[in-house]
Design a protein around this ligand. Structure first.
Ligand code: FAD
Length: 267
């Protein structure tokens, strides 16, 4: 379906982008366009102005600090995540990015767009929650940092509100991570996914079983402890043509256990 008419602007600085977003209630950031343009074509979103973030250098690049903290620009694509030398410090990032959709989506889609769209089936929201990431959000007046577990507010809803831009994501050091998913076909949409991290406290985040990733902090660090914690967690899995809610509950235990086993094997 053709897009309805929309104004398009391509600022070259963050300040200019924030000014453009503040100037019109109907303005929306455009990152890789891999979700936004599809929902516009489906008439599920109708922004008046697209503020293209692709020419803003401040939103790009990956920095690896001496203490192992990664700072990843919101406009970093999945392909850059899986190819950059810096992200080898946290290998799960490239491993998960490599399984998102196909090469065309990976060349255009960005880490910032993935988390800001907060589609419950996306790969990166639970991964960011499990890794203990911090999200840096710029608004017209100030910058603030929000923990990943507080960033996701509802389906397609995040702490980056109207007029704001997610600028970067900070991920602490660590290598003992895991990710598992049951998908619709190879590298397809997730039916249920889970990410686990065993760097410091054990953290497991499960996707596709509620409006936002469900963070659990299991009592132990093995698969049985994680299964117990998932059984006690407040899940609200949807039923659809791919899986019943009850089956998603079962899959949540399965993928969470697989993710923690992968993390454990790396610790
Ligand atoms: C065929 C296909 C299959 C896919 N399969 C998967 C999959 O299996 N797993 C998966 O995770 N994803 C999948 N996706 C979605 C894809 O990963 C998208 O790239 C991602 O959801 C959005 O990223 P984007 O950079 O394209 O953002 P856009 O589509 O440009 O933007 C998405 C939303 O985020 C907002 N936004 C973007 N960047 C910012 C920012 N920096 N600050 C504030 N708001 C911002 C936009 O205004 C918009 O509302 C698939 C997409 C397609 C087309």
């Amino acid at each position: 379906m053709l897009l309805r008419e929309v104004e398009y602007v391509r600022p070259s600085s963050l300040d200019e982008a924030l000014r453009l977003l503040a100037a019109d209630d109907g303005a929306r950031p455009l990152a890789g366009g891999q979700t936004l343009l599809n929902v516009m074509k489906a008439r599920a979103a109708a922004p008046d102005v697209l503020v293209d973030l692709n020419a803003i250098e401040e939103l790009k690049g990956i920095d690896l600090a001496p203490n192992g903290t990664l700072t990843i620009g919101a406009m970093t694509t999945y392909t850059e995540l899986l190819e950059a030398a810096e992200t080898k410090a946290r290998p799960i990032l490239g491993e998960v990015a490599a399984t998102i959709a196909d090469v065309q989506v990976r060349n255009r889609g960005t880490i910032g767009g993935n988390v800001c769209s907060n589609d419950p089936t996306n790969h990166l929201p639970p991964l960011m929650v499990a890794l203990g990431a911090e999200m840096v959000i710029a608004g017209a007046d100030a910058e603030r940092t929000v923990k990943a577990e507080d960033f996701f507010l509802g389906v397609y809803l995040t702490a980056a509100g109207p007029g704001e831009v997610l600028t970067k994501i900070r991920i602490p050091a660590g290598r003992s991570d895991g990710f598992a998913a049951v998908t619709i076909g190879a590298d397809g949409t997730c039916i249920v996914n889970a990410a686990a991290s065993l760097n410091g406290e054990a953290r497991v985040a499960i996707g596709c079983v509620a409006a936002v990733p469900v963070l659990i902090r299991p009592g132990g660090r093995d698969a049985d402890a994680v299964r117990d914690a998932v059984r006690g967690a407040d899940l609200d899995p949807p039923s659809d043509v791919h899986a019943s809610g009850e089956y998603r509950r079962h899959l949540a235990e399965v993928v969470a256990a697989r993710a923690i086993e992968q993390a454990s094997a790396r610790s």
